[in-house]
Design a protein around this ligand. Structure first.
Ligand code: SAM
Length: 279
């Protein structure tokens, strides 16, 4: 018999019954506020009938919100302690929630999801950044994911959406913006989490855009790693080790006395294109 999600036992009760104290080692900070969770689940747009990969469901607060929004959810969780609570939740949404026990960093997510879909996650910062870089550097473009809705420490979120000439602008901003659009969709106060983390958080929303032709992500990364690795230095110094960089700057009229943080995403893309395109 179908049981309505609205009749689910409260999340705090589920957590108490399964003894799910938050583990610091696994970066666990849980969200309980249903309204806040529903707002996060609305960020990707309507999820009715949409496939969603949720990374790190924990006890399932955000999972519930995704299910309430009508999504078909595949959720991957590393903490085996959470699995019984998630299995219980799956009973309330038959055929709409599949839980995978394991590490998201090792998952073939596209295969598990069985096609394109949205990704939604509230993850520990280091795992979230590693996964984000993997998703952004996908060979195939447009990628299999149609949008990313990811919770980060606010400082990391600001680095993802940063504009040139700011301290936050660097490799992550270029990677996130050269063929995607990235924005901060919501700020989340630390007090919304249990236990509260030390810093504020923000949800970033990223959607793929058209990729500039003839640009390889490996070249772009090589350039920005060299330049932002020595961000206070002039480009002619920081890009010295990259064959062809001096000539490319000259052709593109990018002043080699500039510093990495003054170079726009478009200019980085042009530089990468120029390095890979024979004259
Ligand atoms: N989504 C829940 C929420 O919003 O309340 C839990 C968020 S908690 C910050 C992060 C969750 O990610 C934890 O349940 C943790 O066990 C899980 N996690 C951490 N590393 C993971 C990994 N590599 N793969 C899958 N899950 C992971």
């Amino acid at each position: 018999m179908l049981r309505g999600l609205s009749a689910l036992p409260p999340l705090r009760e589920v957590i108490a019954r399964h003894g799910l104290s938050a583990s610091k080692a696994l970066g666990q900070n849980f969200l309980f506020d249903e309204q806040l969770l529903d707002r996060i689940a609305r960020i990707p747009g309507s999820l009715a009938g949409e496939r969603v990969l949720e990374v790190g469901p924990g006890p399932g607060g955000l999972t519930r919100a995704l299910l309430r929004a009508g999504a078909e959810v595949v959720a991957v969780e590393r903490d085996a302690r959470c699995l019984p609570a998630l299995a219980e939740l799956a009973e309330w949404a038959p055929d709409r929630l599949r839980v995978i026990a394991g590490d998201a960093l090792k998952l073939d997510a596209e295969r598990e999801l069985g096609g394109s879909g949205h990704i939604v996650a509230n993850l520990p910062y280091n795992v979230g950044t590693a996964l984000l870089v993997g998703w952004l550097t996908s060979q195939a473009w447009p990628p299999w994911w149609t949008s990313l809705t990811l919770m980060f420490q606010k400082e990391v979120a600001e680095r993802i959406v940063a504009a040139p000439d700011t301290d936050a602008y660097g490799r992550l901003a270029v990677l996130a913006q050269w063929r995607s659009s990235a924005r901060i969709a919501m700020n989340v106060h630390r007090s919304a989490f249990t236990p509260p983390p030390k810093v504020m958080s923000a949800v970033v929303h990223i959607v793929p855009a058209e990729a500039p032709a003839g640009v390889r992500v490996a070249t772009l990364e090589r350039l920005t790693a060299a330049a932002f690795g020595q961000r206070r230095k002039m480009l002619r110094q920081s890009l010295k080790g990259i064959a062809g960089a001096a000539g490319a700057m000259e052709r593109l009229e990018i002043d080699p006395t500039r510093r990495a943080e003054t170079v726009s995403v478009t200019e980085w893309v042009r530089l990468a294109w120029s390095l890979d395109t024979p004259l």
